[in-house]
Design a protein around this ligand. Structure first.
Ligand SMILES: *Cc1c(COP(=O)(O)O)cnc(C)c1O
Length: 226
């Protein structure tokens, strides 16, 4: 029952951080990141009441989605997206968090099946300016927001980042603040966004302090990945 206990602990932490940083109760959504975890682990989380899961690797995710075959689950793609993956992502996921160029956005839009609601998307921003990371630079973000907003089969919900790891809480907060500032600027002047996807097991508090509305938590729920 470790996963059940961990989920309860993380849920309590989120509520405490919401309170501590003057965030409304239940304003932070918990995405359970199940990459590298067996189906049995996801099943335990479902039994404990979790319904939203994040996956990074397409083949692994498609197998889990098909095996669980549960229409009440919500699947979020959070890994890098290459062109050859867009069709399956458009067909099998409710969310994609890692859009970082027009071509991928357009393919997802064109390949989203008509029978499904528009695909919820976040634009990934490379806030730490790390050459190795995916994500648009803050300068390239604004044109991509405008572009995505024109695509009828996508629903632009917000911004996502994977900040560079930092050792102190204050440094983590500074990293998260960069995305929060961009989110505020866009929401106030360009396009209403409702999702700020940031915060993982190690920077959960900093992310909630800086306005995260969706945290992506793996290890703190499921333990180490295989
Ligand atoms: C793996 C992963 C997570 C979860 O990380 P943990 O440290 O296990 O909480 C969150 N977001 C993304 C994009 C990931 O790849």
């Amino acid at each position: 029952m470790t996963i059940t206990t961990n989920l309860a602990t993380v849920t309590t932490q989120i509520l405490e951080f919401e309170h501590q940083y003057f965030r409304p109760p239940n304003s932070v959504f918990l995405l359970a990141v199940s990459k590298g975890q067996p189906i049995s682990a996801i099943q335990e989380a479902i039994t404990a009441g979790q319904f939203a899961f994040g996956e990074n690797y397409l083949q692994e995710a498609l197998l889990k989605i098909a095996t669980l075959n549960n229409p009440n689950l919500e699947w979020h793609f959070i890994g890098p997206i290459q062109s050859n993956k867009t069709k399956k992502i458009a067909e099998h996921f409710q969310w994609a968090h890692t859009i970082d160029n027009e071509k991928i956005a357009q393919r997802l839009n064109d390949q989203r099946p008509a029978a499904l609601a528009p695909l919820n998307i976040c634009i990934q921003v490379n806030t730490s300016n790390e050459a190795s990371k995916s994500g648009v630079t803050p300068d390239a973000l604004w044109p991509l927001v405008d572009y995505c907003a024109t695509l009828p089969r996508l629903r632009l919900r917000g911004l996502m980042c994977i900040p560079a790891p930092k050792n102190t809480f204050n440094e983590q907060r500074q990293e998260c603040q960069k995305l929060h500032d961009l989110f505020k600027n866009i929401s106030e002047s360009r396009f209403v966004l409702d999702t700020l996807s940031m915060g993982m097991s190690d920077d959960l508090e900093a992310a909630i302090a800086e306005g995260a509305t969706l945290v992506r938590v793996g290890a703190a729920i499921f333990g180490p990945r295989k």
